[in-house]
Write a protein that binds this ligand. Structure first.
Ligand SMILES: *Cc1c(COP(=O)(O)O)cnc(C)c1O
Ligand code: SF4
Length: 441
């Protein structure tokens, strides 16, 4: 059984100052001192290529150091040797064993990152909208009703996930960042697009921003001219990485009042909370943060990828979703790990992903079965694996387009040949001897 889930008595929590470690400070993390030097060197090698950033709350309260290296939260934030291909690893290791300059490290890191598909699903080129015929960098508009907004102050996170699909923007290459400085541009774009009902503020993590920045972007949306914006979603992992954001930071109360103001103005406000493991929900501060957000009238919906080494079993998902339902969080998406970064380390075959999803669903009541998935955010849209079946002797995957670049594709079922190893849409081929999937025509 889950341990006691009563959140009523947890209102007193000690505030904490935000202290963060980057790859230059790996050696200052006391808890790593107990690990063999070899493993610490491996971490330094990987942390020079993939993003690394972790704060003291995650180190002290989320990681169970007696279970390292298998601990899921340790795997979530600390680099592991196998996250790089052996050749890439040994090139960086060899370089670091000499006495390289920062420029040499940077040059090799940049080269190695280039091989890791930094921009999956054509994010950079395909979904950038225009205003007055000019590309607007900080917006993405892929699905008719939903605009993604990347506020420039929100393009980092309180810690970094080792599997991050937005990792390219954290590793220093400014050209690769989505960013938009101007609230005006956002407001103009939304004014000119009455077909948009949903604004999704994302990052990085928009909750790293000071509340007054968020206010600058969001308060204006309560005006009548933005009546078509019915839903404001904020994608965040702060409920995991820094729940103090909602409880004891200097502008926490101001943040909650902003959420409340948007709710009172008739908006559906949703925190799209990134969760990977039930352990993220267990600390008193995490529970207090959830309670306070819910008290504003905002909804918390949860989403996150399925990852080998972190959550690749049905019981952990069932326990996570069950705990969330109990805390008033609505399970929303289970994602398939994207085809970027250290994906080889984390990837799970699609058939296994579906088995885990199904195994978790079987343990829950209907209120926990609101999560769709396993879902691939691919170029044509979000594709869900509905199951494996056999039709006229051919074993196949049943798939469904739950969100599509073309609205006409939405909810179309389709079929792919069964493939035990496939981990992404581009490895699947159409069933019944067809040449192409319907969205490729
Ligand atoms: C997932 C996603 C959305 C939101 O889709 P919903 O099905 O409404 O949750 C919007 N834009 C992009 C680019 C997405 O990947
Ligand atoms: S919370 Fe999201 S954006 Fe931030 S590091 Fe993790 S996966 Fe990347």
């Amino acid at each position: 059984m889950d341990k006691a889930l009563d959140i009523r008595h947890l209102r007193t929590v000690e505030p904490r100052a935000f202290k963060v470690f980057t790859h230059h400070q790996l050696d200052q993390i006391e808890q790593l001192g107990g690990l063999p030097e070899e493993i610490r060197f491996d971490m330094r090698v990987v942390a020079n290529v993939l993003p690394f950033r972790v704060n003291e709350y995650v180190i002290e309260e989320l990681i169970d150091w007696t279970r390292v290296p298998d601990d899921p939260i340790f795997q979530l934030v600390f680099p592991q040797r196998e996250m790089l291909e052996p050749e890439a690893f040994s090139r960086m290791a060899t370089l670091l064993r000499g006495e390289p300059s920062r420029a040499e490290i940077k040059a090799l890191a940049t080269e190695l990152r280039g091989d890791l598909n930094p921009h999956p699903a054509g994010q950079m080129e395909l979904n950038v909208p225009a205003l007055d015929d000019e590309a607007v960098d900080g917006l993405q508009h892929k699905y008719r009703e939903t605009v993604l907004f990347f506020p420039s102050q929100g393009q980092v996170c309180h810690s970094y996930c080792t599997f991050c699909f937005r990792w390219a923007q954290f590793v220093g290459d400014k050209d690769l960042r989505f960013a938009l400085g101007e609230a005006d541009t956002l407001h103009r774009y939304l004014r000119e697009h009455p077909e948009v009902s949903d604004l999704l503020v994302t990052g990085g993590d928009p909750m790293v921003m000071k509340t007054h920045h968020l206010e600058g972007y969001l308060s204006a949306l309560t005006a009548p001219e933005f009546d078509h914006i019915q839903t404001i979603r904020i994608g965040t992992k702060s409920l995991t990485f820094w729940p103090y954001r909602f409880v004891s930071d200097a502008d926490s109360d101001q943040l909650l009042r902003l959420l409340e103001k948007l709710v009172r103005a008739g908006k559906h406000v949703a925190l799209m909370a990134h969760y990977n493991h039930w352990r993220e929900l267990e600390t008193p501060i995490a529970r207090e943060a959830i309670r306070r957000v819910r008290d504003t009238g905002a909804v918390i919906r949860s989403q996150g990828p399925l990852l080998r080494h972190i959550n690749d079993n049905a019981d952990d998902w069932a326990r996570m979703w069950r705990t969330q339902v109990r805390l008033g969080i609505v399970p929303y998406y289970m994602f398939v790990e994207r085809d970027t970064g250290a994906r080889r380390y984390f990837e799970v075959p699609l058939v296994r992903a579906w088995e885990i999803y199904r195994g978790a669903m079987q343990q829950l009541s209907g209120l926990g079965r609101t999560a769709r998935g396993p879902s691939m955010s691919a170029n044509p849209g979000k594709v869900e694996i509905q199951g494996v079946t056999e039709i006229h002797g051919e074993k196949l995957f049943v798939l469904r387009m739950i969100q599509g670049r073309n609205p006409d594709w939405v909810q179309r079922p389709f079929f792919a040949r069964y493939d035990e190893q496939a981990t992404w849409l581009d490895q699947l081929t159409p069933a019944f001897g067809e040449e192409k999937f319907f969205f490729e025509e």
